[in-house]
Design a protein around this ligand. Structure first.
Ligand SMILES: Nc1nc2c(ncn2[C@@H]2O[C@H](COP(=O)(O)OP(=O)(O)OP(=O)(O)O)[C@@H](O)[C@H]2O)c(=O)[nH]1
Ligand SMILES: [Zn+2]
Length: 328
């Protein structure tokens, strides 16, 4: 520990009258790498991972959140006897929420302090619905977090028709402004592209079960050896192997946060009146509809609908917009 760390911990402590130096008081900083609710795994600055529990009063705070501590959180810790206690959560740069259950208003913080979201879609076995991609990109946009789309398993595309279909899907998202990488774990070049995107950054990886999240991370950084699951040929749903979000350190710099099969990802904080702001191609038309508060559903003089009718905005994107609008 150096003197800078001592100073930063002093400044970050909430009560000025309680300033003290962690070098003497035994307070340490760490990053939450896994949280199962009551207990969290925290990586200390020296790389050691310790099991921690929350200080009693912290468990009662922020009642809308089912887990007070999230993966990616920077925390201060104290060792009492043999137990590590999380004293405080340092202010978050950002946080990603999702509904705790489909109907509930309480939120589960999936991760905090992230630089980007890697959306892994699969071209086949299982085929990712575009609605899933749109839901994640809209959520990411609402938090101003960049998202990158990986279209995985392109090695499985065995007809010209399917190849063309996915090429067009890739182009659609590229034209909107997203970075798109067609990929396969058997194609080194695509894996190298993904590696460069991950290098030195804090990345949340999301995608439905079986799309190849763990396989891609393992292909890029074999040291990690994340558990992979075998996709059933019958229902294309894939076995669920990941339960809690977990942060993994990449040997070439940066971290990935592996998320459990995401059911109702995000959207809880999005006011549906602003939903079109999170579809960049619709946001670009802001102010061009006849009514300033146009919902783009069926108002006359709606520029968004006009562009959908003219094929300038993809029908699939508009359908996703409608489905999120009515759901939210
Ligand atoms: N053909 C092909 N198979 C792949 C590719 N990527 C992954 N797979 C296979 O797809 C299956 C599922 O991969 P996983 O990496 O376990 O998928 P996951 O997204 O981590 O799944 P969960 O842990 O359930 O969320 C495994 O049998 C992989 O071998 C790919 O690019 N091409
Ligand atoms: Zn409109």
């Amino acid at each position: 520990m150096d003197i800078d760390f001592c100073l930063s911990a002093k400044i970050k402590r909430k009560n000025p009258e309680h300033y003290f130096c962690p070098l003497t008081a035994g307070v340490l900083e760490g990053t939450v790498v896994k949280s199962t609710g009551k207990y969290s795994l925290v990586k200390l600055i020296d790389g050691k991972v310790v099991t921690t529990s929350l200080k009693g009063k912290m468990r009662l705070q922020k009642s809308r959140e089912t887990h007070v501590v999230a993966v990616g959180d920077k925390v201060t810790l104290e060792k009492r006897n043999d137990d590590w206690i999380i004293e405080d959560i340092l202010p978050r740069r950002n946080q990603l929420n999702r509904k705790a259950t489909k109907l509930s208003r309480s939120v589960h913080v999936v991760a905090a302090n992230i630089d980007q979201i890697l959306i892994i879609a699969s071209a086949k076995n299982p085929k990712t619905p575009l609605g899933f991609i749109d839901r994640v990109t809209a959520t990411a946009e609402s938090y101003s977090i960049p998202s990158i789309l990986i279209i995985n398993k392109i090695d499985l595309l065995d007809s010209d028709e399917d190849v063309e279909k996915w090429t067009n899907i890739g182009r659609l998202y590229q034209d909107i402004g997203f970075e798109v990488i067609p990929a396969s774990i058997y194609d080194t070049e695509s894996m190298e592209k993904v590696l460069e995107i991950l290098r030195g950054r804090e990345t949340l990886v999301t995608g439905q079960s079986g799309v190849g999240k763990s396989s891609i991370i393992n292909a890029i950084d074999p040291v990690l050896n994340i558990k992979t699951s075998v996709v059933s040929n019958f229902n294309e749903k894939g076995k669920h192997t990941t339960t809690f979000a977990e942060m993994h350190k990449l040997s070439f710099g940066g971290h990935v946060i592996d998320t459990p099969g995401v059911r109702s990802f995000g959207l809880i904080e999005i006011d549906r009146r602003f939903l079109s702001h999170y579809f960049p191609e619709m946001e670009a038309l802001l102010g061009q509809c006849k009514y300033y508060d146009c919902t783009h559903l069926d108002e006359p003089g709606c520029k968004v609908k006009e562009m959908v009718d003219r094929g300038e905005i993809a029908e699939s994107r508009y359908m996703s917009y409608l489905s999120m609008y009515y759901e939210g």
